[in-house]
Design a protein around this ligand. Sequence first.
Ligand SMILES: Nc1ncnc2c1ncn2[C@@H]1O[C@H](COP(=O)(O)OP(=O)(O)OP(=O)(O)O)[C@@H](O)[C@H]1O
Ligand SMILES: [Mg+2]
Length: 483
Amino acid sequence: MAGEQAGADGAEFAAGLRRLLEWLHVPGGGGARNEVVQLVRTALGPAGLEESVVARELPEFEHVNLQTALDAWTAESGRRVEVRGVVLPPHFGGVDLQQLMTGEGLPPVRLSAPAVVDLPDGPGSTLACLRLALLLVTDDAGSYVLLVQGAGEHRPTMSVEVAGLPVQQAQAVLAELDRLRRELNVYRGRLVEVTPTQMGGVALSFLDPPDVRRDDVVLPGAVLTRVERHALGVAEHRAGLRAAGQHLKRGLLLYGPPGTGKTHTVRYLLGRMEEYTRLLLTGRSLGAVGSIADLARELQPAVVVLEDVDLVAAERFSHHGHGGGPVLFDLLDAMDGAAPDADLLFVLTTNRADLLEPALAARPGRIDVAVEVDLPDAAARRRLLDLYGRAVPLRLTEDDVAAAVERTEGVTASFLKELLRRAVLEALHDADPLTEVGGEHLRRALDDLLDSTQHITRTLLGVGGGEIVDDAGIELDGSYWPR
Ligand SMILES: Nc1ncnc2c1ncn2[C@@H]1O[C@H](COP(=O)(O)OP(=O)(O)OP(=O)(O)O)[C@@H](O)[C@H]1O
Ligand SMILES: [Mg+2]
């Protein structure tokens, strides 16, 4: 293993030395004879080679939008575009257009068929996107070259560069691509989950809209109405609010113990906000809130959901002692950056409002409504038994139900969901296929779940009732967003 590594290091060293020697001995840089450099130099001509390179860095998740924009741009009449692929051996960070114009400091590049990466451009569809390619363009502006380069192992962002045009014209090309990216943005009006990538960026993936109806959300009427009014009401009165000079941007905080329905409520809202671009962030992807807030602004009306924000608040809380880690402050700054009349909703969820409070107090005005989602009261527990018993052949007397409701004082909503699942299992032990679930099954399931020795099981299920529950919110299927 060590020998192999030494061999690889040696080869890398030799290759590096060869490049250095080439560069030293050949006038104009050794790379001038490279086929890629020759192609670029021929395409640009002597005048084009004099112009500056203008570059635009884009977040990795814009790759698919850039390709969509390029496809539309290429198809415009009066423009001819020839695409040539460039390959770079692995472990070379990247190449820039300046290097390809002069051949100086050139990594060992060569021409090839364009490498593409297949990226989702909608729920259930993908688009082949150029990974590293030259576009040789001829149009009204003249003859010029674009270099498109995806993010990679050593490059957290992607880029598009223009060479061969005066700076202003090159900027105009980039601005036109920006406009097309915005106009044709594949994320507009979609429900998108933001997940961290290995390269430190974020990837966006499409989710199916959740099917949670109002009746499926068991919360006190006043609480649900408040949430709805804040999230949905503004959308209904958008024009009126704007006309009266009132801001549309808003922040909603849902806080309460684990398993009480914060995520569930968010899913219900997202299902109803069909015309909104909906962006979901959690855990490590919360760090990307800045670029995601920019995206939301471009794609408004939009909702940005920041799930379990206490995870980032707690992350560096102890090191800073000013009521929140830097990620939390970034998050609050990103919320503030947007124009007030943008139709943007930020929804934050947490089960540690106490950790957020100091940060929110230090930066007021981001959250306009904080709603507590609490443990279900007796009436709510009865409704939850009904709700999760809908598809179950329940045969319960009023006494059975009353006993269960009484015994579950202080548990969470998700506990009651689990209780019915266990009751079905108990019934299946007695008779499979299932015929009915009776009071005895419900009692046995409840005995088992409430058994004090089952504390850890309850914690792992996230169905504990007001007891110490793991802050990290361990969930059994490993995803916070059930598909
Ligand atoms: N108020 C509720 N009404 C109906 N079902 C609920 C309710 N609360 C929880 N549930 C059920 O329990 C599951 C887990 O709840 P949810 O994920 O919404 O909890 P949470 O409050 O987001 O917890 P955490 O703080 O751990 O993220 C939901 O998917 C839903 O099926
Ligand atoms: Mg949750």
